[in-house]
Design a protein around this ligand. Structure first.
Ligand SMILES: C[S@@+](CC[C@H](N)C(=O)[O-])C[C@H]1O[C@@H](n2cnc3c(N)ncnc32)[C@H](O)[C@@H]1O
Length: 343
């Protein structure tokens, strides 16, 4: 069944569908969702959009060097990537670390899409384990873990709420006379949202995005049973609520408006880096721009190269030229390094 038919069926039975469910079905429905449907190329030049790991392995080199600065003497590493897509980032990180004589104990990928899991299993020369939940991840106490992701959090569905007369209403999608439109429904968690975001003075028509799916994942990372790890994630997003919808709809490298098209479309949201930062505040996290990530972590022979190709690649992976997005690309990272007490 097509995505549109599935959405219509829900609207017909309950009157509307919220934005989070709409996006989750569109992206991850088992048969027709963007990330599962086998018949369409997804990420890359021939796909619907392109990402930094697909542009060049220099992006992975920058991430691996960011990790090595934090754990310079480690010779045994476990890799864990969240949302690998085609899997290029992990392959490049693996080869880069190997070239530095570092041993990779094992490689684990958290990937929800059956399509990407199958593609990676069939095409990758590396032995990888897939997990569906971070709680399933196990590591020996003495091992160091490198957790990384690129454009992962933006693929999570988020609810949208609009402020009016002192309350938040939830934005939902409805349909009548063959036309889709947005409605506002009273939200039981309005008070909770106002309290949660009490530092903001909201005005009428301000919109916020709030995702329990993201919050649950952050809790899982927080509870990870691992004493020594470095976590880094890069995405487009913001450090203060933009107070409007950040929903981005892409197909064939072009931006679309909601309801233009339902099939073969990728939906994503700007990532709330302030939320990430608050969540891991005790770990003293750092937020830098993607440009800083690249310039702080690539060797000078690339940064100072006069080769036009390299200069163009560095420009692209610095995240400032993804015109189809037009948002700010940021990197969030922190380190956990607890000494293991011996009895
Ligand atoms: C925008 S793509 C980015 C892929 C890749 N990291 C890249 O940069 O090309 C988002 C990826 O995250 C995966 N993903 C999204 N939500 C997920 C979740 N809840 N659990 C596991 N994987 C998820 C998608 O299936 C997809 O592989």
């Amino acid at each position: 069944m097509s995505i549109q038919k599935k959405i219509d069926t829900i609207i017909k039975s309950v009157g509307s569908i919220n934005i989070q469910d709409f996006v989750e079905i569109s992206n991850f429905d088992k048969d027709s969702g963007f990330y599962n449907k086998p018949s369409i190329e997804k990420i890359g030049k021939n796909g619907q959009f392109i990402t930094s790991p697909e542009i060049s392995s220099l992006f992975s080199m920058a991430l691996a060097n960011q990790f090595l600065k934090e754990f310079p003497n480690t010779k045994n590493i476990n890799l864990l990537e969240l949302g690998p897509g085609n899997g290029l980032l992990t392959i490049d990180i693996y080869h880069y670390l190997k070239s530095k004589n570092i041993n990779i104990n094992d490689i684990t990928l958290l990937e929800r899409s059956d399509y990407f899991r199958k593609k990676i299993s069939e095409k990758s020369e590396l032995k990888v384990n897939f997990i569906e939940n971070i709680n399933d991840y196990k590591i020996k106490d003495e091992n160091t873990l490198f957790i990384y992701s690129n454009e992962f959090f933006d693929a999570f569905g988020s609810k949208q709420f609009i402020f009016n007369n002192g309350n938040f209403n939830e934005i939902k999608i409805s349909k009548s006379n063959d036309k889709y439109f947005l409605i506002q429904d009273s939200a039981a968690i309005s008070g909770e949202l106002i309290e949660h975001y009490s530092k903001y003075k909201f005005k009428d028509n301000d919109i916020i995005e709030h995702s329990n799916l993201v919050l649950n994942l952050l809790s899982d990372i927080q509870n990870l049973n691992c004493k020594k790890y470095f976590f880094t994630t890069t995405d487009y997003g913001y450090t203060k609520f933009p107070l409007k919808s950040t929903l981005r709809i892409l197909s064939n490298h072009k931006k679309l408006s909601l309801f233009d098209k339902f099939e073969n479309v990728d939906y994503s949201f700007g990532v709330n880096f302030e939320l990430l930062s608050n969540f891991f505040v005790k770990k003293n996290p750092s937020i830098i721009s993607q440009k800083e990530l690249i310039y702080n972590n690539l060797p000078n022979n690339y940064l100072k190269s006069s080769d036009k190709n390299i200069m163009e690649i560095i420009d692209l992976i610095s995240g400032e030229k993804f015109n189809d997005i037009g948002k700010v690309f940021l990197n969030f990272s922190f380190k956990r390094n607890e000494t293991i007490s011996k009895i």
